[in-house]
Design a protein around this ligand. Structure first.
Ligand code: 26W
Length: 777
């Protein structure tokens, strides 16, 4: 019996008091998690001890889209094979145990997943620090389709104890809301924040980082007096009110709703985290002036932008630092990443709401604005009775960064042009990245094995060494690559329970549903292709499986309509005997990290088709390319850099570029003429308008078509023909399998740059000014 098996057995026996023969899958999983956790803890503690006196990096984020942790931990600790082996004779296999883990979805999309990749990369490169977030009871909703319409259900990731968390109930911080400021801030309500902490193991188990998630509880729990007076429900009011704060993650991706609960959540995160950060600092240093030398705080978008005034408040009101000095120390400690240019996503709060909930912070924002105005002659934070969080974050940050080269240029020349003129050295670029451990090594073992057979496995820790693959890309390699992809497609079809043709192009668009991402363009092209197949049923069509995956914000009607349209179109096309052999449309439910891990390795064509100038970076684009999918894409976000690196000949480019988009938008009335000039697009819209895809409700898509005719803001019409033609080039290219696989292989070997290890090293050098620690022995 292996040592690992003994540990698992003993955990079941001693810690869970279960006879292993009778224990169910969840108990076995809990035992495996516990055993892995025990292996991480020594590294984790010694990493903290070793770095206690070095500069610390704190990543503040409303979202951490972690995905399952067990497989990742087993891989990073090098225990995967041993665990598979150890569990051979157990009632459940390692595969079953992995698949049983809930997928913590404490995030919406790209921004949250980036935070999770960053924690893993910080652990892998030896960057001391921690992530801070909220422990939402319900993460992003579970998606189901009912007659093609999205329905939302509560996510229950906490229904079983996750096993990875260590509660720290003794670490309590008071959080105040409301009240008045006469001399001191006297909050009207208070609650207590306590964290749970989780270790995140780095590659090869040499370092571990920490995620701290806050939860709220009442200062006084159960109201015994009320209970005794017969008010049984009221007795637990304060309990419920506190818990409501962390009840649910806001499911809005890029739409700032301006709700008071959201502002409270943001303040809870910021205040609890900063109080803890200052407490940790004060254990090693008593001079507040040294804060910027010992601590770097990164704000993940504006969601934690209250950190500006809150840090000033803690330093000045609580620790007695002079106001001007408190502002300067704060500004030298904080850094801000912008993740979006969409105007509707830029957070602002009415001064009324802000002032009522956080009266002291309102005063401090005014003091910050006075300070801004003394330096630059400009005030920009409070405008039109709104507190503009982007401006607040910018003014209070030592560095501000965009997330791709193009996005950083646009940040500089558009939203923050004025502030950039005032602080010309502040904006820097840090192109996003993804962790190769999760997104290649663990998600795609077939490909990862093929790569390692040729060049060894140093690429896992140093992704740029993938370029060593290039001399090995010959016919033999291409054949093997093609087999790997085919096997991944078969595995995907099996896991979805669908009969899909593994020799077809698997063409995937997996991301949040949003008008700017243009899933609509993809569906319209699908309809056009289907029509063309009908017109020439004797042509040699290249078979395709069109895969759509993603969620729409529950209140986002236009995005939800596109989800419904995909279903209506899929129903017609999938039941068409003429085209069935060539075209299938599928839409798996409930896209999340685990589903992404199955879709990406099985994809040939990656859809990255946002209107140029709207997608800040994209990170899915990197995951697909690294797994050997070819991109069909616009010159937007990080697509630009992907294309530069993999080579223009290995990337399918179409569509208007940023400057042309701006010019075209100045003439909104042209939409109609553009549609009329495309016979193909007109034909598609004709079908939609006449209700072809939903006979029972023929008017269903009238508005959608009307919108395209009259105000096609995301320029679906403009890019349609160029996109359609590009897809037909793809059909032709795919028929030459050797050259296709060669292009795929070059995408893999040239994507090493997009490792989040490179991104983290960039932040460490250009923004945080910290050194990496050597691995713990
Ligand atoms: C408060 C409402 C709200 C919620 C989320 C506003 C904005 C957001 C995010 C900024 C949306 C987001 O996830 N942005 C994505 O960030 C990724 C990581 O940098 C980028 O790759 C994506 O292009 C960007 O859309």
């Amino acid at each position: 019996m292996s040592e690992l098996y003994q540990s698992i057995y003993s955990q079941l026996h001693h810690s869970q008091a279960r006879a292993p023969e009778e224990a169910d899958l969840a108990s076995w999983r809990a035992a495996v998690v516990d055993v892995l956790r025990q292996r991480i803890v020594p590294t984790w503690l010694s990493a903290q001890r070793r770095s206690a006196h070095s500069k610390q990096v704190y990543y503040l984020s409303m979202e951490f889209l972690l995905g399952r942790l067990l497989e990742d931990a087993a891989n990073n600790l090098g225990l995967r094979d041993a665990l598979e082996h150890a569990l051979q004779d157990a009632p459940f296999s390692f595969e079953q145990i992995i698949a049983d883990e809930p997928d913590p979805a404490l995030g919406n999309g790209g921004l949250g997943r980036l935070a999770a990749c960053f924690l893993e990369s910080m652990a892998s490169v030896g960057c001391a620090g921690a992530g801070y977030g909220l422990r939402f009871e319900h993460g992003l909703f579970r998606q189901q389709f009912c007659e093609g319409a999205q329905q939302e259900y509560a996510d229950q990731w906490l229904s079983e104890h996750s096993g990875w968390e260590f509660p720290r109930p003794e670490r309590r911080f008071h959080i105040g809301f409301g009240g008045s400021v006469s001399g001191e801030w006297q909050p009207e309500h208070q609650l207590i924040a306590t964290p749970t902490v989780m270790p995140i193991a780095g590659w090869s188990g040499g370092w571990a980082s920490t995620l701290r998630l806050w939860q709220a509880q009442p200062v006084e729990g159960f109201d015994f007096a009320r209970f005794n007076h017969g008010d049984f429900a009221g007795a637990s009011d304060s309990e419920r009110e506190a818990r409501d704060l962390c009840r649910v993650l806001y499911p809005n991706d890029s739409n700032a709703a301006g709700k008071s609960l959201r502002l409270k959540q943001e303040y809870l995160l910021v205040s609890a985290s900063l109080q803890e950060i200052l407490w940790r600092f004060s254990r090693v240093c008593q001079d507040w002036l040294e804060l910027p030398q010992r601590v770097a705080i990164q704000l993940n978008d504006t969601h934690p932008a209250l950190a500006g005034p809150e840090l000033v408040r803690l330093l000045h009101d609580v620790h007695g630092v002079a106001l001007q000095s408190a502002i300067e120390i704060s500004q030298q400690t904080l850094h801000y990443t912008n993740h979006t240019l969409l105007p509707e996503a830029l957070e602002c709060w009415s001064t009324w709401l802000f002032g009522n909930l956080l009266p002291r912070h309102m005063q401090l924002v005014e003091a910050i604005e006075d300070w801004q105005s003394r330096q630059t002659g400009r005030r920009s934070i409070i405008r039109d009775h709104q507190v503009h969080m982007g401006d607040l974050a910018f003014v209070m940050a030592r560095r501000v960064n965009g997330v791709s080269a193009l996005h950083t240029d646009l940040v500089t020349s558009t939203v923050f042009a004025d502030l950039h003129a005032d602080f010309p050295d502040r904006i820097v670029n840090q192109t996003n990245g993804i962790t190769p451990r999760r997104w290649l090594h663990s998600a795609n073992p077939r490909l990862s094995g093929l790569i390692s057979e040729r060049i060894g496995d140093t690429w896992v820790a140093d992704l740029e060494t993938l370029e060593q693959l290039e001399p090995h890309i010959d016919t033999g390699f291409c054949e093997q690559l093609s087999r790997v992809k085919r096997d991944n497609k078969i595995a995907l079809a099996q896991s979805l329970g669908l009969a899909l043709n593994p020799d077809a192009i698997f063409d995937t668009q997996a991301k949040r549903f949003h008008e700017y991402k243009r899933q609509l363009l993809n569906v319209l092209e699908t309809i056009a292709l289907w029509q063309a197949m009908h017109e020439s049923p004797n042509a040699a069509w290249t078979p395709r499986v069109k895969i759509f995956a993603g969620k729409a914000a529950p209140g986002y009607a236009a995005a939800k309509q596109v989800i419904q349209l995909v279903h209506d179109v899929a129903r017609v096309i999938n039941n068409d005997p003429v085209t069935q052999q060539w075209l299938q449309v599928v839409f798996p439910e409930n896209y999340n990290v685990s589903l992404a891990e199955r879709l990406i390795p099985a994809t040939d064509v990656s859809e990255q088709i946002s209107t140029a100038g709207t997608e800040a970076s994209g990170t899915g684009n990197m995951k697909f390319a690294l797994n050997g999918a070819l991109t069909v894409g616009t010159l937007d976000g990080a697509n630009v850099e992907i294309r530069e690196r993999v080579g223009a000949e290995n990337f399918f480019l179409f569509g208007l570029q940023t400057d042309a988009v701006a010019q075209r938008r100045a003439q909104p009335q042209r939409s109609r003429a553009i549609i009329e000039s495309s016979e193909r697009l007109s034909g598609v819209l004709q079908l939609l308008a006449e209700g072809y895809f939903c006979r029972l409700e023929p008017g269903r898509y009238h508005d959608l078509v009307h919108h395209l005719w009259h105000h096609d803001y995301y320029l679906v019409g403009d890019d349609f023909d160029s996109y359609y033609d590009c897809q037909r080039l793809i059909d032709t290219a795919y028929n030459e399998q050797t050259s296709w696989q060669k292009m795929a292989a070059l995408n893999i070997s040239r994507c090493g740059y997009f490792s989040s290890d490179r991104t983290i090293r960039g932040y460490m050098q250009d923004i945080w000014q910290v050194e990496a620690h050597a691995a713990v022995e």
